[in-house]
Design a protein around this ligand. Structure first.
Ligand code: PBG
Ligand code: ZN
Length: 332
């Protein structure tokens, strides 16, 4: 078949005015697919700005509840809670306590936003004094996160979140077997219905810098390269990670960060069209735009919408983003 070209074909006909552009548009952002990450710490009437993430704060549960109510009014898909505990210790005990900061936060949010989807990050780096994503032990010649010891604690943390009223748990530590361990613990405690969103393909990325200030979760020695993925590893390795999490019962899988890993998002969405795919537009991706915008070098709104559109076009159904409220306002 011959394909005729110019002048019979003119691609600009489909771009002639806003009406036709809007008609043929395929990727549309919606607040309902966005999850807003929030940081909570003990206290009252506390609103501590996060230096590298303008517009984001560490909030005490009372103010978090107000923020959550706003998120609900804007029609966001949900919130993701990160806790900064009163005290840290080698096991991250606050994270497995029913009186810990996350259970307090969930109960507070439920007062103001009864219908809002509450997702909790399930990990230990904010709670351990060493800042790693699980308890440590000597592994061969090195001190490192003890994989199997972490699994038991992950199960406890997830159940504590479920008991406090979380709608979904999101393990983020890249611990082998984490999804299966959490599924088993939830089921045993009567939470068969509670979904797991796994940070399935999470890279050891320099883009997490601002978040570690926000969550006070920087590792006190070493790095996370023995558990998070190597950015230069094959895309196939990411697919294996996702496949394993699905086999262990993950309901939603996540790729993180988003922008440097659009190829992974695309590959996963094509391989598992039936699995909801999330992407985390991480702190560094947010902060660099904020910084450039503050200098007058970029138009924050235009760049943010373009980035989020690209993440969705690559295949993400759900996006975690610090711009979630802004997007809802921009689109309104
Ligand atoms: C760790 C965790 C990280 C983020 C969320 N949970 C990264 C890390 O410190 O390794 C990063 C989120 C962001 O940068 O916005 N469990
Ligand atoms: Zn962690």
């Amino acid at each position: 078949m011959s394909v005729s070209g110019f002048p019979t074909v003119r691609m600009r006909r489909l771009r002639y005015n806003p009406a036709i552009r809007q008609l043929v548009r395929r990727t549309r952002l919606s607040p309902a697919n966005l999850i807003l990450p929030l940081f909570v710490r003990p206290g009252e009437k506390l609103r501590r700005p996060i230096g590298a993430m303008p517009g984001n704060f560490q909030l005490s549960p009372d103010l978090l509840a107000e923020e959550a109510a706003q998120a609900a009014r804007l029609g966001l898909g949900g919130i993701m809670l990160f806790g900064i505990p009163q005290t840290k210790d080698p096991l991250g005990s606050d994270s497995t306590s029913p009186e810990g900061i996350i259970p307090q936060a969930i109960r507070a949010v439920r007062q103001t936003a009864p219908e809002l989807l509450i997702v909790t990050d399930v990990c230990f780096c904010e709670y351990t004094d060493h800042g790693h994503c699980g308890p440590l032990s000597k592994i061969g010649q090195r001190i490192d996160v003890d994989n199997d010891a972490t699994l038991k604690l992950l199960g406890q943390q997830a159940v504590v979140h479920a008991q406090a009223g979380a709608d979904m748990v999101a393990p983020s530590g890249m611990i082998d077997g984490m999804v299966g361990a959490i599924r088993q613990a939830l089921d045993a405690a009567g939470y068969q219905h509670l979904p797991i969103m796994s940070y399935a393909a999470k890279y050891a990325s320099a883009m997490y810098g601002p978040f570690r200030e926000a969550a006070e979760s920087a590792p006190q020695f070493g790095d996370r390269r023995s558990y998070q993925m190597d950015p230069a590893s094959s895309a196939g390795q990411a697919l294996r990670e996702i496949e394993l999490d699905l086999a262990e019962g993950a309901d939603i899988v996540m790729v993180k960060p988003a922008l440097c890993y659009l190829d992974i998002i695309r590959a996963a969405s094509e391989r598992w069209p039936g699995v909801p795919l999330a992407a985390y537009n991480v702190s560094g991706e947010f902060s660099m735009v904020k910084a450039a915008a503050a200098n007058g070098w970029l138009d924050e709104r235009a760049v943010a919408l373009e980035m989020l559109t690209a993440i969705k076009r690559a295949g993400a159904d759900i996006i975690l983003t610090y711009w979630a409220k802004d997007v809802a306002n921009w689109l309104a």
